[in-house]
Design a protein. Structure first.
Length: 281
């Protein structure tokens, strides 16, 4: 996450920046925890995973395991990789359900081919654009990471990276190395017209090209009235405590919206959506 004192990656290498004091913030700062949870939820939506089916996922730059918590809540199994011993210590103290590995993403992912059904990464990828050592060459490290990631993903799987690119040149560098490694896909920008809410997600497809999902808040004015109504209805769900009752109208609308945001074809909403049919005799 961005720091008030400047971009974290400009201040120190990740294993030094995320020291014991910084790691504690990920268990004590409620705002940071909430933001991390929201970004993790959005990343999983973009993965377009099968409904009601547990998957085996990779969390790159897992830190203290906040994003992993969301994966566990959704019923998935996961492995987390991070370069910071202090962050992983916090994850162990929190007794997260995933397996944890200390490692440098720029050195490649040490997993067997086709191991994972998908990959997420929250606020980590931009660190590879920095040369923290004389031996570090950002394009080479990015390619090493993406090529090894491509190999350990199942064909047809997706990898979704939430990141904070410093500029368009950095985003182009990252995308170019991902495509060179064999990925297809592109950048999804949520709320592009908002300085505060704007978020970048690099959505990559391994082996099987897919349709790039739309970013939130990026709908054009000429979209159907149906879609605009649906966006407004979403506000009700965000204000509710807990999840909607399974099978209810709200639950059905949430599920349909989630599929739309994943780029799937979904029937339009009507006044009959979610209405229970009368028993036929």
């Amino acid at each position: 996450m961005a720091s008030r004192g400047g971009r974290p990656e400009h201040r120190a290498p990740p294993e030094m920046f995320y020291n014991v004091d910084e790691a504690k913030k990920y268990t004590q700062n409620t705002r940071m925890i909430t933001i991390q949870a929201h970004m993790s939820e959005r990343a999983v939506e973009l993965l377009n995973l099968p409904e009601d089916q547990p998957c085996f996922l990779l969390d790159v730059g897992c830190g203290s395991g906040l994003s992993g918590d969301y994966l566990s809540e959704e019923g998935h199994h996961w492995v987390g990789v991070d370069i910071s011993p202090a962050m992983l210590d916090v994850a162990l103290e929190r007794e997260v359900e995933g397996d944890l590995i200390l490692g440098d993403m720029g050195a490649g992912m040490p997993f067997r081919p086709g191991s994972f059904d998908g990959c997420i990464s929250i606020s980590a990828l931009q660190w590879l654009c920095n040369a923290d050592k004389k031996s570090h060459h950002p394009p080479k490290r990015l390619y090493t990471f993406f090529s090894s990631l491509y190999a350990c993903l199942a064909r047809g799987a997706r990898a979704v990276f939430q990141l904070y690119p410093e500029n368009s040149e950095q985003m182009d560098l990252i995308s170019a190395q991902a495509m060179k490694a064999g990925f297809t896909g592109g950048v999804v920008v949520d709320y592009p017209n908002s300085n505060k809410a704007k978020k970048f997600f690099l959505c990559l497809f391994a082996g099987v090209p897919g349709k790039l999902p739309l970013g939130l808040g990026s709908q054009q004015e000429d979209e159907t009235k149906n879609q605009v109504q649906f966006t407004n209805a979403r506000l009700r769900f965000k204000n509710m405590k807990g999840k909607s009752v399974k099978g209810s109208r709200d639950w059905i609308l949430e599920k349909k919206e989630r599929r739309r945001r994943q780029g799937r074809m979904v029937r339009s909403d009507t006044k009959y959506t979610g209405r229970k049919r009368k028993t036929q005799f």
